[in-house]
Every structure is written in C-alpha cells, then in structure tokens.
Design a protein around this ligand. Structure first.
Ligand SMILES: NC(=O)c1ccc[n+]([C@@H]2O[C@H](COP(=O)([O-])OP(=O)(O)OC[C@H]3O[C@@H](n4cnc5c(N)ncnc54)[C@H](O)[C@@H]3O)[C@@H](O)[C@H]2O)c1
Ligand SMILES: O=C/C=C/C=C(\O)C(=O)O
Length: 482
C-alpha cells in the first residue's frame, strides 16, 4: 500500500480478483520533485503466468455473458471513474507529472467515456446478414480470448482504458501491464472494476518492467491478442516475441508529425495550434513537432509564436496556472537534452528555450523551438517526445507535401489553411493515420485511430477495435426447406 496525494493505492498486482505480491519491488518516483512515492510489486514470468492463467479461467464465463450485461458492467465502471475523477487526477499527476487541470477536465472524463463508448458501441455492432443463392451468411463478433495490453506513461489511464474497454466489451479477459514509470492509476482501476462487479479474472493488472513482466506476457502462448502503445524499438521486440505464437498485434507507436501552415491560413489559429504542441510537456505521440510554414508568412508567424510561447508558465503540474510541467523521468529528460544538444551541434539555432529550466531545476525542460536544422539531421527525423519543435519553411504546396511526408513515421498531420480546395488536395496526399484541418486533437471514438508506416500496425476505435479484439466469424447456412 502507498499513500499518494492523500489516496491509498495498492502496490501489489491484481490477479484473479486478488491482490498478489512479489518478492521484488521497484521504486516509483514522482516527476514533480523526483521523490519516491511508492514501492511497487515487481512482476516477472511467474506473475505473468498467474495472470494469464486467471484470465484464461475467467474467459469462458465472461465470453458467454450477454452483451447487455457486459455493457451494464462497463457503464458501472465508468460511473466508478466519474466518482473518483479527483482522486485519479491527483494520483496520475503525482505519478506522471501531467497537469492536474488536464486530468480533471479532459483526461479522466475521457477515461469514463472510453468505457461508456465501447459499451454502447457493443450494443449496436452490426451483424451483417446477406444471402448467396438462398444461403444465409451471418457475421458474428466472437470473443478472441486473453488479451495482453501494454501501455505507456504519457497518458497512463487514458491509453490503458482505450484498450481495456473494447477488449472487455468484446468478451475477452485482459492482462494489463502499465508502464513502470506510471503504475498507480492501473491499480486504482482494478479497485473500481471490482467495486463495479466485474467478475474476478476478467481484468488483471501485472506491475513491473517491460523486459520482465511485459516480455513474459507478450511471449505467452495463452495470449490471443497483444495491443501495445509505445515506442518503435519496443514494438519490434514485441512483434518478435509474438511471432512464434502468431499472436495478432495492434501497435500504436511514435510520430514526427507535421503542422503545415499555408500563407492563406488564419495566422492566429495557426499560432494557437503550434503552441498547443507543447501540451503535456511535449510528451504526446500525436504532437505536430515539425512546423512547416510557407516562407512568405514565416517571419510574422515566428514573431507571433514566440510572443505566445514566451507567456507559457512552467512549473508544478498541481498548480492551476501551470501550462508546462516536468518530463516524466531523469532518463527521459537526459534523452531529450541529448537530442537538443546534438541539434545545436548540428547547426540548428534555438529561437526559444534550448535547454533545461535552470530556475526550476529537476525535470523541467524549457519549451524549445529550433530553426535552421540541416536537412536530414537527427532533430528533424527522430521523435523527441519532449517540448521541442522545429521550424522549416516551404515555397510551394508541392514542396510542403513532400516535406510533410519526408519521415519514416505517419501517425498524424495537421494543416492550417483558409482554402478548402487546398485542404482537399493536400490531405489526400498526406501519409498519416489522422489528419486535422484547422484543428487539433478533436477525437471521436468511432473513428479509426492508428499510424501509417512505422507509427503502427492496425487501427483501433469503433468497429476497428472490435475487428481487432474479436474472432470475426461468418456462418453460411443452406436453406432448410427444399
Ligand atoms: N500511437 C499512440 O497512440 C501513442 C500514444 C502514446 C505514446 N506513444 C508512443 O510511446 C512512446 C513513449 O512511451 P514509452 O517510453 O512508455 O514506450 P516504451 O516502448 O518504452 O514502453 C511502453 C510499454 O512497453 C513496455 N515494454 C518495454 N519493453 C517491453 C518488452 N520487451 N516486452 C513487453 N513490453 C515491454 C513498457 O514497460 C511500457 O509498459 C513514444 O514513442 C510515443 O510516441 C504512442
Ligand atoms: O499521446 C498519444 C495520445 C494518443 C491518443 C489516443 O490514443 C486517443 O485519443 O485515443
């Protein structure tokens, strides 16, 4: 047990409806001040095995539960989340350093929405029926089995429930392995699900490191689906571990997304969209970190951007006036700083920031904007996952599209333009899972979500989630009467 921000959090695993400890533990550190906040059970192969066994046992009964009953339970979990928004927000902020105001207003309500949405979507899933020469085809969405869900630290509970909710809705049982830098809210979710009446073993939480608990889970032959959100190198390791079992995978990975600003854009809107990319201290997979601006307005854009960005308040994420909190962890901070230092060495010039926030110390990194990075340099091609943007200019639409697509990623792209015909032309040519025009992060859970190229494999959301989490079956019935 740990007491975090006044909330009691169980630091053990949650397996088969029971709290299970481990001989080993790891220390969870708050990014706010780098102080330890909890000692967490450090699971490995034994805990992964126990959780898959519990989930396998719970599967047949949960899979047979009526869709209405599953939907009812998911709504009850959503109600439990709603009741505990403040506690969840406080604990998540202590654990991953993201803003308390975002957790309260946006993230935790979205967690509840993840459950409500997939509960409702389950009830209206289409079961196609069609005829072939008098034979009836009936498509059904059968539960697949045990799902291993591996999630990152940048939006821990939001990204975990984006998987847990559809997996459970589909009639599967799940083993969730949250990121070791932000393990706490997954444990609170286990409490909430149990209080809501979810059967034992339907949701299991195994804590621990990726290379230990995570690796054991994804290699387990009893697992029928792996859904992973995280980095490209980890995705490769997981895909290799899944290969011998041919376990189906859904991978939501990193990005180096562009924001294209055309001269015909509303420049105030474009500046707003650009500054928004520092949200969550830049630790957002979808962030449009490459600002591509039409040369004729680049001077004006830069001036307005700097005026706006200089007003951003950096500090304690529990403070309501704070816009930018800390980086998640010392190791991540050092990685961000390494990328910034090498960018400077490569010849890029920081128009804003360019290093740690030495006034605040700790894990606070200054929002940074680079210009003049040489073509092909690391800062233009590697995902930083910190508050670091680059600015480049283009002269023609053709050039803008080529620059936007000049990346091995393809998660998202955003454009600001006042011309609907240009918007249509450009969006058609962009390689990205999501394209936003004159807006950013507007999310409808019915929509497919995922990445092209190395930003991922597959899509989740609406039918796409059920397509992944189900064994879709077609039954062909001959006519009964001659
Ligand atoms: N596309 C999206 O939806 C999305 C959303 C958020 C974050 N991300 C990406 O996630 C990355 C940042 O997250 P991160 O640093 O936590 O990623 P990460 O890949 O280091 O870790 C993610 C998870 O994988 C686990 N893991 C690590 N090694 C493993 C292994 N061998 N087997 C099984 N599990 C293992 C970790 O413990 C953690 O739970 C960024 O690249 C970001 O773009 C993508
Ligand atoms: O940092 C990545 C954020 C991803 C967002 C979603 O997965 C979502 O909105 O469902």
């Amino acid at each position: 047990m740990a007491e975090v921000a006044g909330v009691t959090v169980d630091t053990a695993h949650w397996i088969g409806g029971e709290r299970v400890g481990s001989a080993a533990a790891f220390t969870d550190v708050s990014p706010i001040d780098e102080q330890p906040i909890a000692e967490i059970a450090r699971g490995g192969a034994a805990e992964a095995e126990a959780a898959v066994t519990a989930a396998t046992r719970a599967f047949p009964a949960w899979a047979r539960t009526s869709r209405e009953e599953r939907a009812r339970l998911l709504h009850a979990i959503a109600d439990g989340v709603d009741k505990r928004v403040e506690e969840l927000a406080q604990v998540e902020t202590a654990d991953n350093g993201a803003l308390i105001r975002s957790h309260r207003r946006g993230v935790m309500p979205r967690v509840a929405h993840n459950f409500r949405f997939f509960a409702d979507w389950l009830l209206q899933l289409g079961h196609d029926d069609f005829e072939t020469r008098g034979h009836r085809n009936h498509v059904s969405w059968d539960p697949a089995g045990v799902c291993a869900l591996i999630t990152p630290w940048n939006a821990p509970l939001m990204l975990a429930t984006w998987k847990v909710a559809p997996a459970l809705a589909a009639g599967n049982t799940v083993v969730l392995k949250p990121a070791e830098w932000s393990p706490l809210t997954a444990s609170l979710l286990a409490d909430i699900a149990a209080e809501a009446g979810l059967p034992d073993g339907a949701l299991n939480v195994v804590q621990g490191f990726g290379a230990e608990a995570g690796a054991a889970l994804v290699a387990h032959p009893g697992v029928r689906r792996i859904s992973f959100t995280g980095s490209v190198p980890t995705a490769r390791t997981i895909a290799a571990a899944a290969a011998p079992n041919l376990t189906p995978l859904s991978l939501e990975l990193g990005g180096k997304s562009p924001l294209l600003v055309f001269a015909d854009a509303d420049l105030d809107l474009a500046v707003d969209l650009a500054v928004e990319q520092y949200d969550n201290a830049g630790q957002v997979c979808l962030a449009a970190t490459r600002l591509l601006v039409e040369a004729s307005v680049a001077g004006e854009f830069t001036e307005r951007f700097l005026a706006r960005a200089e007003r951003l308040v950096q500090g304690d994420p529990r403070d309501l006036s704070t816009d930018i909190g800390p980086q998640i962890h010392r190791r991540h901070f050092e990685r961000v700083d390494g990328l910034v230092r090498r960018a400077t060495k490569d010849g890029a010039r920081a128009l804003l920031g360019g290093g740690p926030n030495t006034d605040l110390g700790g894990l606070y990194y200054r929002p940074t904007l680079f210009t003049g990075a040489p073509a092909g340099s690391e800062i233009l091609s590697e995902e930083v996952f910190g508050p670091v943007l680059t600015l480049q200019t283009f002269d023609t639409e053709e050039q803008a599209v080529a620059m936007a697509n000049d990346t091995r990623f393809g998660l998202a792209a955003t454009l600001a333009t006042g011309d609907p015909e240009r918007a249509a032309r450009v969006t058609e040519r962009l390689v990205a899972g999501t394209v936003w025009v004159n807006c950013f992060f507007v999310r409808d859970l019915r929509a497919p979500f995922g990445g092209s190229r190395q930003s991922g494999v597959g899509r989740e959301g609406g039918d796409w989630s059920f397509d992944f989490y189900c064994d879709v079956k077609n039954t062909v019935m001959a006519p009964w009467e001659k």
